[in-house]
Design a binder for this molecule. Structure first.
Ligand SMILES: Nc1nc2c(ncn2[C@@H]2O[C@H](COP(=O)(O)OP(=O)(O)OP(=O)(O)O)[C@@H](O)[C@H]2O)c(=O)[nH]1
Ligand SMILES: [Mg+2]
Length: 329
């Protein structure tokens, strides 16, 4: 064995030897491969690790999906639940750390994240929930991870601009999603459902690690390949570039609006918006605010968007972003 193996490698190797389940073994092997110095002296060992890795992966793919962890889910909070999806080490946790109050572990080895971790992103006067998730990789993704993705309002798809096989990465992630009957959708795209159990999920894609010298070229490549399908942003979780754009773009992609209620003769409270799906009408809005309210609703007065100055509207009025509404019962 070459003598110059770093201590982190030896630590990963120790975990590999102790691992009982294939996913743990794979994680340890991937870490070992990421940490092993790449030179002639380690060539044989690297080949051996890769061989072991593909053998375990092949075995795992033949096994039916595990039911372990079926009860893991994340309670919704804020105006929408956004899940971070992507391969190992792309910077999902780093992004959650930089965009929210949560502090997930960030590390240079793959498969650091094992459990979901929610955090809240503040955007203007609303909060958006971001959920950090384990990496999705062939044969390695546990059923509950895809269950959480399926249940989310939006996917924040993270791609590593530091990786030279980023298009393969995107393809692999998409394959896993589609296999789980989760069909990604961009802003304008309409996706046809062809099998029962399929769901369509809105996507905002981010190319992360914009601070790396190769990032701009890789981003162009990504734009060419996926930019026509998904809204796309270039960010650096580490340097903080582009991250201010994430909130507004997520808000846009969530396809919600904010309205404000007011009592007759009083001013509206702009710090407490009610968020609703786009296309909601007055009656549906009243139902969200208070069940009784809806039953007794006669009409409302609306101030908003420069068009209305306390104008009367009826049950079928489609409420608009920023409307101030005085419900009359
Ligand atoms: N240069 C650079 N490195 C980054 C950036 N974001 C994350 N990293 C590094 O990439 C590595 C992986 O980051 P994580 O946030 O742990 O990645 P992850 O996608 O959560 O990885 P897993 O949980 O293992 O799937 C760490 O070494 C980070 O410091 C970035 O914007 N720029
Ligand atoms: Mg992580």
């Amino acid at each position: 064995m070459p003598a110059n193996l770093p201590p982190q490698y030896l630590e990963a190797e120790r975990r590999y030897r102790q691992a009982k389940q294939p996913p743990e073994k794979i994680r340890a092997l991937e870490e070992m491969l990421a940490l092993i110095p790449k030179h002639k002296g380690t060539e044989k060992l690297r080949a051996d690790l890769k061989r072991r890795l593909s053998k375990i992966k092949a075995e795992l793919e033949r096994r039916p999906a595990t039911k372990r962890g079926a009860g893991i889910y994340v309670e919704r909070d804020g105006i929408g639940q956004v899940v971070l999806v992507g391969g190992p080490n792309v910077g999902k946790s780093a992004l959650v750390r930089c965009l929210t109050n949560a502090k997930p572990e960030v590390a240079e080895y793959p498969y650091t994240t094992r459990r979901p971790l929610p955090g809240m992103l503040a955007f203007e006067n609303v909060k958006i929930q971001l959920v950090d998730l384990p990496a999705v990789a062939p044969g390695l993704v546990e059923g509950w991870v895809l269950g959480i993705v399926r249940n989310a309002d939006l996917v924040l798809w993270v791609v590593d601009l530091g990786s030279d096989d980023l298009l393969d990465q995107v393809e692999t992630t998409e394959k896993i999603l589609v296999q789980a009957k989760i069909l990604p959708r961009g802003a304008r795209e309409s996706v046809e459902l062809t099998e029962t159990g399929q769901v369509v999920k809105r996507v905002l894609m981010v190319g992360n690690k914009a601070d790396l010298p190769e990032a701009p070229d890789r981003f162009l490549l990504l734009q060419e390949h996926a930019g026509g399908r998904f809204p796309l942003l270039m960010v650096s979780a580490l340097a903080g570039t582009g991250v201010d754009e994430v909130g507004p773009r997520l808000y846009e992609a969530l396809e919600v609006i904010r309205i404000y209620t007011k009592a007759p003769g009083k001013a509206a409270d702009f710090s407490h918006p009610v968020s609703l799906p786009r296309g909601t009408n007055l009656l549906e809005a009243a139902e969200v605010i208070h069940k009784d309210f809806a039953a007794k609703l006669k009409y409302a007065r609306v101030w908003g968007a420069g068009k209305f100055e306390g104008q009367r509207v009826h049950r079928d009025y489609k409420v608009q972003e920023g409307d101030v509404i005085e419900f009359r019962i």
